[in-house]
Every structure is written in C-alpha cells, then in structure tokens.
Design a protein around this ligand. Structure first.
Ligand SMILES: Nc1ncnc2c1ncn2[C@@H]1O[C@H](COP(=O)(O)OP(=O)(O)OP(=O)(O)O)[C@@H](O)[C@H]1O
Ligand SMILES: [Mg+2]
Length: 338
C-alpha cells in the first residue's frame, strides 16, 4: 500500500496496476498487466506503445474514468480509487477524440467549461483569456469550432483540459491526425505548459513525438512496461549504431547472410525484418567495409544500406522482438489532418 503524500515531488505513483475486460465469447482481455509508474512534478512523461498496448486503459484508470482492476494509483496526492472526486478536481484530461462542441466558439467553450468547474464569472473570464494566449487561440477564438482545422481544434481541446488549473494534465494521443506543422506547434504549446509548472502525462504511438517531447518515456507492449527512461538513456542502452541491409535476393539470401554475419564479433545483435537485415554494431564506419566484403565474397547482392543512430524503435525492437513501425504505428503522420 502506498501512503498518500509520501513522495511530495511525485505527482503520479502507480503500483501493480491491472485491468481485464471480458471480451466476446467470454474471452478475457488483459489490457493492463501489472504497471508501475512514477511521474515527477513538472515533467512530461510519455506512454509509448502500439495500438492496443493498454495506453488508453491505463490513462482512463488514472483519470478515474474507469474503475481500477487491481493495484494502486495515487494522482496529485490522492488515491484514485478512494478519492475520485478529489483527483478529478486536480487533473485535466484530453481524450483521444477531444470534446469541443462544434456549435460553440472556442471562447464560449472555455467559458462554459470554466463555469461547469464552478468558477465565478470574473475568474473564469480571466482564465479563458489566459488560455487563449497560452495555446495561441486568439486568431480564431470567436469562430465556431466547426470551422477549425485539426490543429486549432486540438489546441482548444488542450485548453479545455486546463480551465481549472490542474496540477497534472493527461493527454491521450495529442497529435494523432495532425500534419507535421500543427504537431510541431502543439508540441511547443505543451512545452510552454511544462514551463508554466504543469506536469504532463501523455500517450502516443509516435516515436518522434516521444523523442521530441518527453522527459521520460515508458514503452508499453501487451499491457506491460518493457522499457523506462529518458529517450537518450533508452537509446544509449541499445548502444552503437544500427545497420539496415536490404538484400536483393529474398529469403535464401537472408538465411545465408544471417549465417555469415551473426558469428562476427563486431555484430552485437541481428534480426530479419521483412526482406531486410537489421544489425547493431559498435562502430558503423569500422564495421561496414567488413560486412560488405563478406557479403560480396559470397555473392550476396544488396539493394541499399542504411547506417543510423539508434531510435526508440530500436529500443522497442530490442525489448519486444518487433518493430513499432511494423505494428502500423511508429513514425509521424504524412500530412494528415483530421
Ligand atoms: N471496454 C473494453 N472492453 C473490452 N476490451 C477492451 C475495452 N477497452 C479496451 N479493450 C482492449 O484492451 C486492450 C488495450 O486497449 P487500449 O485502448 O488501452 O489500447 P491503446 O494502447 O490505447 O491503443 P490505441 O493506440 O489503439 O489507442 C485492447 O486489446 C482493447 O481491445
Ligand atoms: Mg488509445
């Protein structure tokens, strides 16, 4: 059992959190399977994982929207299961879909939300103007939400989660569906919020978002945390550089190349990824000539070679044996707007 306020600098403390759903035909889905999280005051903490990993389920438990299966969660100094109303008063939540009403203007939405949280007219009006400034909504705050672009709408969603000045803001997939420019803008606004003292817990399935925005990241897969640390710590664990070899002649060549390269002392890890070979080496500049020579000697043809610093995807691959990109998630969207 965790004591409330045992760690004053800790805004979220989660131990052995679990949740199962009874799915179709009586089959049980174990969505969250024993998650421990410590989020410190003032940090942006990211929950990174593929579709169905358990990100939203965890977030909904921490925000009191879904009863906890088992385990404990303390959020903003309050036990989520015992004091849900107190937790709700201290947190903001922006869902995966968002919540602004099409028929209102942005300004009206903020004023209404402020009144719903029980603020008096004067302080709600002042907070609304403050948020319009903070999220850069000024140019369109008097237009109906129905006319907003995806990025404008998403910034309003975030502002709506902040009307009651919460200690911690939960964002579920903040930039999904936004084009690169709007994502970058949203990231800047989120960084401004951290600078203003808000702790932020977000979920994402974008590697670049986790890398660019988060102070620390938990990588979640099948309901379990498989890696935890700052993006640079996590990437350092994968050490060295990754080499992607795209071979010309399909499966046989992969088998042959694997047999040749795997025993080499310079190769730390090697895996086949649909038609390509990914391997990690200490020093790419030194390793590449040796690798190429060996492949050439055995007449194994190459389409392309790619040498790169490790990414969070390499971290994911290392801990799960799969690439986050192969799960249909991973890199940012290509010019999408909702
Ligand atoms: N109400 C529910 N009833 C049954 N199964 C559920 C329910 N909610 C979630 N699940 C299942 O739990 C698992 C985790 O879902 P969750 O929504 O937490 O994933 P996620 O990581 O947020 O994925 P995404 O990136 O797609 O949003 C999935 O297998 C999902 O189908
Ligand atoms: Mg989700």
């Amino acid at each position: 059992m965790i004591k409330v306020d045992e760690h004053p600098d800790q805004v979220i403390t989660v131990r052995a959190l679990r949740k199962s759903f009874s799915g179709r035909r009586g089959k049980t889905v174990e969505a969250v399977r024993g998650v421990d999280i410590d989020v410190l005051r003032g940090e942006i903490f990211g929950f990174l994982g593929p579709n169905g990993a358990g990100k939203t389920t965890t977030l909904r438990m921490l925000t009191t929207l879904l009863p906890i299966g088992s385990g404990t969660a303390i959020v903003a100094g309050q036990d989520v299961a015992r004091e849900p109303a107190r937790v709700r008063a201290r947190i903001g939540y922006v869902s995966q879909i968002g919540g602004a009403d099409d028929l209102d203007t942005g300004r009206e939405s903020l004023l209404l939300q402020g009144r719903l949280y029980g603020g008096d007219a004067a302080s709600v009006a002042a907070r609304t103007e403050e948020l319009i400034g903070l999220l850069d909504l000024g140019d369109f705050a008097n237009r109906r939400v129905a006319t907003y672009s995806g990025g404008q709408r998403r910034r309003l969603d975030v502002a709506l989660g902040l009307v009651h000045s919460p200690h911690v803001l939960f964002l579920d997939e903040p930039s999904t569906g936004l084009d690169p420019q709007n994502r970058a803008n949203l990231w800047e606004r989120i960084e401004d919020l951290r600078a203003a003292g808000t702790t932020i817990f977000l979920t994402t399935h974008y590697l670049d978002e986790a890398d660019a925005l988060c102070d620390r990241v938990a990588i979640i897969d099948h309901g379990r945390i498989v890696a935890l640390g700052s993006p640079s710590e996590l990437k350092r664990e994968v050490a060295g550089q990754s080499v992607m070899l795209s071979l010309r002649d399909g499966a046989d060549a992969i088998t042959q190349a694997t047999a040749l390269l795997e025993p080499l002392p310079i190769v730390r890890e090697l895996s086949a990824l649909d038609g390509d070979l990914r391997l990690y080496v200490e020093d790419g500049g030194e390793a590449l000539p040796a690798l190429l020579r060996l492949l050439d000697e055995h007449h194994i043809g190459l389409h392309s070679i790619n040498l790169a610093e490790p990414t969070l995807d390499d971290v994911f691959l290392r801990y799960t044996g799969r690439s986050l990109r192969d799960t249909g998630a991973g890199e940012g969207p290509e010019g999408a707007e909702r």
